[in-house]
Design a protein around this ligand. Structure first.
Ligand SMILES: NC(=O)c1ccc[n+]([C@@H]2O[C@H](COP(=O)([O-])OP(=O)(O)OC[C@H]3O[C@@H](n4cnc5c(N)ncnc54)[C@H](OP(=O)(O)O)[C@@H]3O)[C@@H](O)[C@H]2O)c1
Length: 274
């Protein structure tokens, strides 16, 4: 989704790795005047870095950052919620401002309990946002105005793909695309190792493996074809690729991915109980 963002002022609480990735995407796409993007940071050096690099307005005082903003993006760590998102901050947020959270495992109910009377959108981005190839699921809470959902789609859309979901599905999304880059790095590393075994120099093997994952993902997204159809298109009867796929199936690659997703769901459940 392109076009200018229909916001006068956007505020970030927290300008760490994810906050910076979103700011980079937005300023790179010219989505809004960088000076109208405010960041409430924790340290002066960080604020100065963000201001110098992206032209945003970065301050140490979070209440100053949110004052007059039509949208506030919460980009701090989940464990900081109770100490950083206090009553004074909630009080400083404009009445009609929409709150957007990128925090893992913090519910809309919890955020709405802090920012009383405000609409809340919960999202689950992933780290390839930093290179404009992120995947962000967007879960609007009850009563979020359509233009705010559209603004969230524009913001995350300039850092990759977006998908509208319901909050009840967000743990599953986290287990697939939130943690997914971790699984894929392991697979790229393994394929590259196998390439080294098959005589390739390390750097060449990593490039071949990484671009094969990136390109195959692009094929699925751009052709709209089911991955099994694309797989069929590269497997000639009695050929080499089907021999490789048979070895992968014998290695239970599918089962390993089911297990990875289930392990994340189980671990999230455990962490929620503590
Ligand atoms: N990384 C991922 O893969 C990923 C994926 C999806 C969602 N998320 C979510 O994204 C959120 C941010 O993660 P991240 O990786 O960007 O973490 P991060 O790099 O640690 O960023 C958090 C930022 O918050 C700042 N901060 C601390 N106290 C603050 C305060 N009182 N006021 C304003 N800012 C304050 C920190 O500043 P200092 O460094 O100066 O302390 C830091 O820059 C998390 O909630 C995480 O669950 C992350």
């Amino acid at each position: 989704m392109t076009g200018k963002l229909n916001l006068h002022k956007l505020a970030f609480i927290g300008g760490g790795a994810m906050g910076e990735a979103i700011i980079k995407g937005m300023t790179g796409a010219g989505l809004m005047d960088p000076a109208s993007i405010w960041v409430g940071a924790h340290r002066q050096e960080r604020a100065a870095y963000l201001q110098e690099t992206y032209g945003v307005t970065a301050v140490i005082d979070n209440t100053e950052a949110v004052k007059g903003a039509d949208m506030v993006i919460l980009a701090i760590k989940p464990q900081m919620v109770d100490s950083v998102l206090d009553a004074a901050l909630a009080e400083a947020v404009e009445e009609k401002a929409v709150i957007v959270s990128i925090m893992g495992s913090v519910t809309i109910e919890k955020i709405a309990g802090i920012f009383k009377g405000h609409s809340v959108i919960r999202t689950m981005p992933n780290t390839p946002l930093a290179v404009g190839a992120g995947m962000t699921a967007i879960a609007p809470g009850a009563g979020v105005p359509a233009d705010a959902v559209q603004a969230a789609e524009q913001i995350f859309g300039c850092c990759g793909e977006t998908l509208l979901i319901q909050e009840k599905d967000i743990e599953a999304v986290t287990a697939v695309s939130g943690c997914g880059p971790g699984y894929v790095y392991v697979m790229i590393d393994a394929l590259a190792d196998a390439g080294v075994m098959a005589v390739l120099p390390r750097a060449a093997a990593i490039k071949l493996a990484a671009q094969t994952f990136a390109g195959s993902g692009k094929m699925v997204l751009e052709t709209g074809k089911h991955p099994a159809v694309l797989r069929d298109m590269v497997t000639s009867p009695g050929g080499t690729t089907i021999a490789g796929i048979k070895a992968l199936e014998n290695g239970a690659v599918r089962g390993a991915l089911y297990n990875a997703v289930q392990a994340v769901l189980d671990r999230s459940e455990e962490l929620r109980k503590h």
